[in-house]
Design a protein around this ligand. Sequence first.
Ligand code: CA
Length: 239
Amino acid sequence: MRNMPAVLVVEDEPSIAELIAVNLRHNGFRTTWAIDSASAQREIDASVPDLILLDWMLPGESGLVLAKRWRAHPRTKEVPIIMLTARGDEADRVAGLDAGADDYIAKPFSTRELLARVRAVLRRKAPQTVGDALNVAGLSLDPATYRVVYQDAQLKLGPTEFKLLQYLMGSAERVHSRASLLDKVWGDHVYIEERTVDVHVKRLREALGAAGTMVETVRGAGYRLTAKPLVPVAEKSSA
Ligand code: CA
């Protein structure tokens, strides 16, 4: 049973806790239920879970206070937290995310949505497998050494641009929509807008310099990395 992720459900309403626990167990998760902050802390002291579903409004300390404390503690700072709450406005959502929550689910929620969010957060937190070195038309990327080289010159890329390039090079010539890039590169696009992709593509092109034209915009479809970049059309002289 070692592969079953352990989820700590911190929720003072038994009917909601039960609904969550039943659905998670049915889908291959182990669950523990804590009814308040004191029992949640006891559970965590006994065993650090893989993920915490944390109700905002709890008797005693609120979920927000708990999220902040767990984020600050070395033992729990890496544990993904999804806040559950009836409070759904943007200010609350931002407060929850600021406190260190990885995601936020407004009550009432469907169990399908809950499972999707839980899986997305766990996927995003999973350690990345290193992957193979890639080479496309003189552009090479080695995940083991974290190096990108084009025509013998080493290029400097930020972490997101590196991941983006790794993904594009891994399926060169294929067109990827912004939504699928968010899913594959960012892992969870609940709070990231699609234009974020455009920003990072722009940075990637800049970082790639002469190889930047290999990252093509496919109008209405998305982006792809191609070994045969379009040659920029020279300005026609109108002499
Ligand atoms: Ca509550």
